[in-house]
Design a protein around this ligand. Sequence first.
Ligand code: ASP
Length: 318
Amino acid sequence: MWGIIATWRMAKEGLDVAVAGLQENGSAGDAVETAIKYVEDFPFYKSVGYGGLPNEEMEVELDAAYMDGTTFDVGAIAAIKDFANPISIARSLSLFKVNNMLVGVGAEKYAHRMGFERKNMLTDRAKIHYRNRVKETQEMEISPYSGHDTVGMVSLDCQGNIVAGTSTSGLFMKKAGRVGDSPIIGSGLYADSHVGAATATGLGEDLMKGVVSYEVVRLMKQGMHPQQACERVTFDLDRELIARRGKAGDISIVAINKDGEWGAAANIDTFSFSVATESQPVTVYTTKRVGDSMVHEKASQAWLDDYLTDRMKPLEEK
Ligand code: ASP
């Protein structure tokens, strides 16, 4: 039995590639790294890797993490600049006994020493997005932070190994040095091959308050189905945040268990996710909360195509 589930529609093409490996008995680690690299390399996704939106100072700072649910090896980098594939750097760090999470200049020195590909991650398109957003936020008084979409993936392979990975440029217009939940083990991702794995996207500052990925795995360990566990954690945190702080940031979570069953939940109406298992080809769903449960709907081919057309359309300076 194998399976892989990822946050957002943007993971679909990466999953197409990763699934070919899983079908051939490939490892969950390779599946997660391959699929996330694909998303990092795709220049039109403005929240991950190349083409990711820059921080307040017009610099692209990236966060990524990797967790092996069999060995509990973890690796993470945060606020790294100018490297093409943060997920591969994070995975390589997971193989050490110590120094598993590196930030900023330290992470860059490590990546340089290890020969990871250097790349200027700031594209002309991202610069236009940046300038447009600056204008919009000034003119319309909207929050400059309302731009984020981390790619997070969890995968189970035929050997029963479960792996989780994340990669993101974080919140748009974040302060230099700001780190969200994505590289934080337990919040952005968690994996335990005896149970399952989960990964999150949304407002990192709020997701960390619920340590959401660990919570989902903990509930699955108690026997909960991944769908129920994602719903419980998402809705509980949403309610707690509203009760204590007046409002809740975006929370979206996906999960898989050791039997290849999966689940997804969100407190927003715009969340989509991509999933494939031995019995299901790569499928993208949109999902909405109805009452106390989520209703997943298969995305149509037209929706999938429109998404890409929209992401890739020529961008004009406002
Ligand atoms: N959770 C990420 C962060 O706060 C953003 C995202 O998921 O899009 O950095």
